[in-house]
Design a protein around this ligand. Structure first.
Ligand code: ZN
Length: 1035
């Protein structure tokens, strides 16, 4: 799955230009409407309650970092938050004791007042019992169980406590993971969705093999109303059975009086009914307006990770692979799609049609199954043995050509690269109008957001880059994930890290003009930033709850996973070992499941050179522990000394871990620094290591082109030598290396190893920098600090910081054009520079943007704003009353999703509090703004001073509704928490965030992103404490 929708908070930290798809197709309908002012709807009336609304947190902060001078109102706010927390605690514990499925009912008792004698006897009795218990307990080696003292080293199984099913019977299973004794072999699923009433009925026939003797079958099912259940063992009779349900774990069970015996086969048939989901997972309904403004409905699926069970009873874990035969009943005016090609269509007596799809030719995991009932139009092409089709709503068929062409090229590339042909006869790529994730790799039926699949003829290369990279990611999954699947979600990175790595790698070969390298570099920087926190986790990490499964979809699984694969590939001798290793891995485990060790073993087994390296040994240090190393270098004579330690951002100034990594340290020096041949490698697998270098070498740059996942500290002398070299000639290092120095110096400042003066000195020696990667990295880092200062209302420093940024980048900003630009890299650079300039209200920039917007509105559809500049222009326009309303009207009529999103970001960037409240509520309600866009709305709102306070209060007040839309732990929730809290830097806000999340208990308090939020606030606070005085003096 590509969880990143192109605008998520993970990516929001990237230079925006790098990830945001903006596009403007000449759509006569849209532009005509824009011109015809009578067609604009008026701004929706604001609810008086909303207008009067003032966030508590705004008052806390606005009064100068408030924690020391709270007035009564503020104290009320805080204490009400605490009281709220208490009431939640009370409610949840009361609720638990009343309804816990684990509770056992105690027999009714009568109460009478005991006599004094009875009480004395009872007390004596209790004292004796307690003493005996103590004596027994302290007997050496005694372990207590229900059966008394258990002798050590004897494996007496402790009786499990089984929960109660919904009907009051004991449910025969008490664990999250299903028992391994029964294995599904094939599913035969018939579905009958009713798009008028948003319900569906289904019949599932599951063929199973019994692997171990067992008296029950346990499988998954969630919110399914089972109406009939029958069972057949071997050649025996079909008979009715009762299905038990344990809702908290979404499990179903059938119990038998006699054991099913290993080697037997059996068939379970279940009829059921359910509602189509109104969220974005399971079998869900979705709607959109067609070009005539009519509402159209469709039903689609999103099963990864845990939602196949919401559409049909199944063994919903990735290791339970099976074959599937799907039949879908539909109205004649709809079409149905599933993973496999359609085998036949049968008209039914009730006027409906049943489509039957071919049985899957491969064994697959349940999360990869998919089906859609909609009105879509295809655009198809043959590639080798596969029919590739791109589906969209009919009026957007024109926008499918680029995706079709790109998918065909990439399919050909992967077929050759992996030396295994894509195994299905068809590959559909479908743009769904309302879809939460970026895309989902269902085998043979990949689903996308419209933004990540559709582009028009006039789209800019940057817009195409987004589409191409999502397609490349999802296609790579057809091998990594679909053909070979992780055994359990703890190794999700085997799917996602690989698909992410392949997405960049394949595009560099297949579509080099897209300049994907800049984006990959920026993505690696962000992965380092996240992994530096104590709340991070190992790439391969234990997962024991549904929330933890959801949380695995984060930048560690995706981007750190991809980064360590890049590091491995670039550190292996020759260019074929990596490829040969993964081919061996795919062939060896084709159709089955793996864990991380299987991958490293396959890569180790392939020997293409005499230089043997134990990859397993090297790479397990990167996948089994969280974080990454800081490599510090010092030189004495011809000795170069390297040391490693955990780069851990903590507020107590100390690193406490004894982690060690096996680091392939690469380096270049002043005699040869640009070409790949200059690169030398030193393996640092101990705390410190030494190598020799002639004293005449003036400087060293480690981590050549930042292909390694570590940060380097050069020490005072090392940094001075590099600065000296760069001041004379900036081109002594590659663009990637210069960007890497900028990233590393900011990271070291956050760690507290260098002062902010040193950071500014490094920037100073690169004042002539004009290349995309270093400039965008510097802008991103400075904007982060600017944002923190702005939110603290450090008005003096803010205005001086603004002057600094404009002085440093001003001439480069002024050189940017506002016309169409062909180069992706130049678009990325221009968009980052102009977005910063306009957000700092630089006169030239805002004037240009305003005039472009005016021309665009007045042009009668003949003028197009270049795609990479649309967001700058819409954001500037949205700051004026009149243009905000114009933009809102256009937003309602634009059918093209990419452009619509740029407009939405413009609308959400307003500083008008009435409008902010309206837009947040509209996103939650899903009427004017689709709920899929709410995380984007929140992250955009949080960028502005007025907005981020409202957003934080909005999230607190609407938490329950948010987790109803987006599951606890999901990427959307992670993104919302990060957007709302990452700019806090005061004790008052830390307390508030802590109190709120603590009060949530099982509704989200345990999320890793909560820990991340708290850590980030503490680190922001520390950075401010340390550097505010420097900033005051320096700027
Ligand atoms: Zn993916």
């Amino acid at each position: 799955m590509d969880v990143f929708d192109g605008n998520s908070s993970e990516h929001a930290n990237l230079p925006r230009n790098m990830i945001e798809n903006s596009m403007f197709e000449e759509e006569p309908d849209v532009v005509d409407l824009a011109k015809d002012s009578t067609a604009f709807p008026t701004f929706p009336a604001l609810d008086p309650d909303e207008v009067a609304y003032e966030p508590c947190s705004s008052r806390l902060l606005v009064r100068g970092l408030g924690e020391n001078d709270m007035d009564e109102d503020e104290e009320d706010c805080e204490s009400s938050a605490r009281l709220l927390g208490m009431s939640f605690m009370n409610r949840s514990s009361a609720h638990r004791s009343a309804s816990s499925p684990f509770s056992r009912q105690s027999p009714p008792r009568t109460c009478s007042r005991p006599s004094a004698r009875t009480m004395v006897v009872c007390v004596l009795f209790l004292v004796i019992v307690a003493s005996m218990t103590m004596v027994l307990y302290f007997l050496p080696g005694c372990n207590f169980t229900r059966t008394g003292c258990r002798k050590p080293n004897k494996t007496t199984p402790i009786e499990s406590v089984y929960p109660l099913s919904t009907n009051g019977e004991l449910f025969p299973w008490a664990q999250l993971r299903l028992p391994l004794s029964i294995r599904p072999l094939s599913y035969d699923l018939t579905l009958n969705p009713d798009l008028d009433y948003m319900t569906f009925t289904g019949r599932i026939v599951i063929n199973m093999a019994v692997l171990h003797n067992r008296k029950c079958i346990v499988l998954h099912g969630s919110n399914l109303n089972i109406t009939k259940a029958t069972f057949k063992l071997g050649d025996g009779q079909v008979h009715d059975v009762t299905v038990l349900e344990f809702k908290p774990k979404q499990q179903l069970a059938v119990k038998f009086s006699e054991e099913l015996k290993a080697g037997q086969h059996c068939v379970l048939t279940l009829d059921y009914s359910a509602k189509l989901s109104h969220t974005y997972d399971g079998f869900y309904n979705s709607s959109y307006s067609d070009k005539d403004g009519n509402k159209r409905v469709l039903a689609a699926t999103q099963f990864e990770p845990l939602s196949a069970r919401k559409a049909f009873p199944c063994f919903d874990e990735p290791a339970f692979k099976a074959t599937f035969l799907i039949k879908i009943i539909r109205k004649p005016n709809y079409m149905a799609l599933s993973n496999m090609p359609k085998a036949n269509s049968t008209p039914l007596h009730n006027g409906l049609v049943q489509d039957e799809f071919e049985k899957t030719s491969v064994n697959m995991s349940t999360y990869l199954l998919a089906f859609i009932v909609a009105n879509f139009a295809p655009n198809s092409k043959n590639v080798s043995e596969t029919v590739v089709s791109v589906y969209s709503v009919p009026e957007k068929k024109e926008h499918t050509y680029y995706a079709l062409d790109t998918a065909s090229k990439l399919l050909k590339f992967y077929n050759e690269f992996f030396e295994i042909d894509y195994p299905l006869k068809k590959l559909d790529l479908v743009a769904i109008p309302d879809f939460l994730a970026g895309a989902m790799e269902n085998w043979g039926l990949i689903t996308f957001r419209e933004t990540t699949l559709l582009v028009g003829k006039q789209s800019s290369p940057l817009e195409k880059q987004v589409v191409a990279s999502v397609i490349a990611h999802e296609l790579a999954h057809q091998w990594f994930g679909n053909l070979v699947t992780m055994r359990w979600w703890n190794d999700l990175w085997l799917n996602e890290g690989f698909a992410t790595y392949m997405q960049y790698m394949s595009l560099q070969t297949v579509l080099p003009k897209l300049d994907i390298g800049n984006l990959f570099l920026a993505v690696r920087f962000r992965a380092l930033d996240k992994d530096a926190l104590n709340s991070s986790h190992a790439v391969s990490t234990e997962v024991n709850t549904a929330e933890q499964v959801e949380e695995m979809f984060d930048s560690v699984s995706y981007e750190k996973g991809a980064s360590i694969l890049l590091m491995l590939n670039t550190s292996l001798p020759g260019d074929q070992q990596f490829r040969k290793g993964i081919i061996q891995y795919l062939k060896q485990f084709s159709g089955s499941n793996t864990d991380t060790d299987d991958l490293w073993n396959s890569l180790t087994q392939v020997k293409v050179s005499t230089q043997h390296q134990n990859i397993s040994e090297m790479m397990s240090s990167w996948t089994s522990q969280k974080g990454f190393p800081l490599v510090t270098i010092s030189r004495k004579g011809d000795q170069v000394n390297l040391t490693q330690e955990h780069f851990l951002l903590t507020t107590d100034n100390a690193t406490h871990t004894s982690s060690l990594w096996n680091i392939p340290v690469t380096y270049v020096n002043d005699s040869c620094s640009l070409a790949p041949e200059c690169r030398q490698v030193f393996t640092l697998n101990t705390k410190s290591g030494t190598f020799k270098l002639p004293e005449s070498v003036k400087w060293l740059k480690l981590n050549y082109r930042n292909t390694g996942f570590y940060i380097v500290h050069y020490g005072d002398e090392g940094w001075a030598a590099l600065k000296d070299a760069l001041s004379k000639n900036i081109s002594v290092l590659t663009n990637d290396d210069r960007a890497s120095l900028i990233h590393n110096i900011f990271a070291l400042s956050r760690l507290g190893r260098v002062s902010f003066d040193q950071v500014l000195n490094v920037l100073k020696c690169m004042s002539k920098e004009t290349e995309t990667s270093p400039v965008t990295e510097a802008l991103l880092q400075l904007n982060r600090i600017y944002g923190l200062l702005d939110k603290r209302q450090e008005t003096n420093i803010v205005s001086r910081m603004k002057k600094y940024i404009l002085a440093h980048f001003g001439s480069l900003m002024n050189k940017q054009t506002w016309e169409e630009e062909d180069s992706v890299s130049k678009q990325e650079l221009r968009s980052a520079l102009l977005q910063t300039a306009c957000s700092l209200a630089e006169e030239n920039c805002t004037q240009q943007a305003k005039s472009l917007f005016k021309t665009y509105v007045e042009s009668n559809g003949t003028f197009r704003i270049p795609g990479d500049l649309q967001q700058v222009v819409f954001t500037v326009a949205a700051q004026s009353d009149e243009d905000w309303s114009t933009l809102l009207s256009m937003y309602h009529y634009v059918t093209y999703d990419a452009e619509k999103r740029k407009m939405l970001q413009g609308l959400a960037s307003t500083q008008d509090t009435r409008r902010l409240v309206w837009i947040l509520n509209a996103g939650l309600k899903g009427d004017h703004i689709q709920t899929q866009e709410l995380p984007l709305v929140i992250s955009t709102v949080c960028n502005g001073f007025a907005g981020y306070l409202f957003a934080w209060d909005f999230i607190q007040e609407n938490w329950d509704r948010l987790i109803e839309k987006f599951p606890v732990g999901s990427f959307a929730i992670q993104s919302i928490i990060k957007s709302a809290t990452s700019q806090f830097s005061t004790q008052a806000h830390l307390d508030q965030v802590q109190a709120f999340f603590f009060s949530l208990k099982e509704r989200g308090s345990q999320m890793r992103s909560v820990q991340e939020a708290l850590e980030t606030i503490r680190l922001n606070q520390r950075w401010m404490d340390r550097n505010l005085s420097t900033l005051r003096n320096w700027l």
